[in-house]
Design a protein around this ligand. Structure first.
Ligand code: F6R
Length: 261
């Protein structure tokens, strides 16, 4: 697991965007895993800028989102499918129909989840997955207690997550759906490269557990310790509880630039 700490949100965006641009340069039809939420915005904004200036294209790429609220109407602004369209997909040049998400309005939820797994498999699997992390250590919406071997399924959101996300629903926790569909931890672990972004003090404990804690369903993100290619992009606040922070800084600081992440 590579840990990169930066004081500068723009730099986090640049490092993530560089990795995606490099992937698209060597594999234009790459399959990207897209997280929603605040954490990836710096990367998406930087990619949108580069796409608009012509230095990167998504015209042959594919995207799969991580998760979706259950039951939000199709036009709801906080439906994850609408959020990702607004903040990223509409800002770059994906072909029509190239970005997929789990169907939170499906009548048959188990079938919709199985179909989503199949769609990811049929696309050849995810080359690069962008992730955020919840203050309770969730990745996608795999809340504490999630099986480390889980696949796409319905989950109940914790009160903590609903309270964290109430900011997107006018501060009203009761407006935040109680359930979601989410890629499972085993689904996420099949992506070839994972880039997790965390910023702010509120993420510091979850980040400490993710990088340095024992692997446990109590902190679902800790399963990433078993993945051979994970990059963790942090600001200073999110890194403040890391025990080996000096070592991570030294390691990244002495890395030759050509190596990428
Ligand atoms: C969103 C997702 C979640 C978020 C996490 C952090 O698709 O999968 O795991 O990444 O809740 O959210 P932010 O980035 O808003 O702090």
């Amino acid at each position: 697991m590579e840990v990169i700490i930066s004081a500068d949100a723009d730099e986090i965006g640049r490092i993530g965007a560089d990795a995606i641009a490099a992937l698209l340069a060597r594999k234009p039809d790459a399959v990207l895993g897209l997280a929603t939420g605040s954490s990836p915005l710096a990367i998406y904004n930087e990619l949108a800028r580069r796409c608009q200036s012509g230095s990167v294209t998504f015209s042959r790429a594919f995207g799969f989102t991580l998760d979706e609220y259950v039951g939000l109407p199709a036009g709801h602004p906080q439906r994850y499918r609408n959020v990702i369209d607004e903040v990223f997909v509409s800002q770059v040049d994906f072909a029509a129909g190239a970005v997929h998400g789990p169907d939170g309005l499906a009548a048959d939820i188990p079938a919709a989840c199985a179909h989503y797994e199949e769609a990811i498999r049929d696309a050849g699997g995810i080359d690069l997955q962008i992730l955020g992390i919840g203050t309770d250590g969730h990745i996608a919406f795999n809340e504490p207690g999630s099986s480390l071997g889980s696949r796409t399924r319905i989950k109940t959101l914790t009160r903590q997550t609903r309270s964290d996300n109430a900011r997107f629903f006018g501060g009203d926790i009761d407006a935040v759906p109680t359930h979601c569909l989410t890629q499972g931890l085993a689904t996420i672990m099949e992506a070839r490269h994972l880039i997790l972004v965390a910023t702010g003090r509120g993420k510091a404990e979850a980040v400490h557990q993710l990088v340095e804690g024992p692997i446990s369903a109590l902190w679902p993100a800790t399963v990433l310790q078993l993945h051979p290619h994970v990059t963790v992009l942090l600001d200073e606040a999110a890194a403040r509880r890391l025990q080996l922070v000096d070592y991570y800084r030294e390691t990244y600081g002495s890395k030759p630039e050509w190596q990428g992440i």
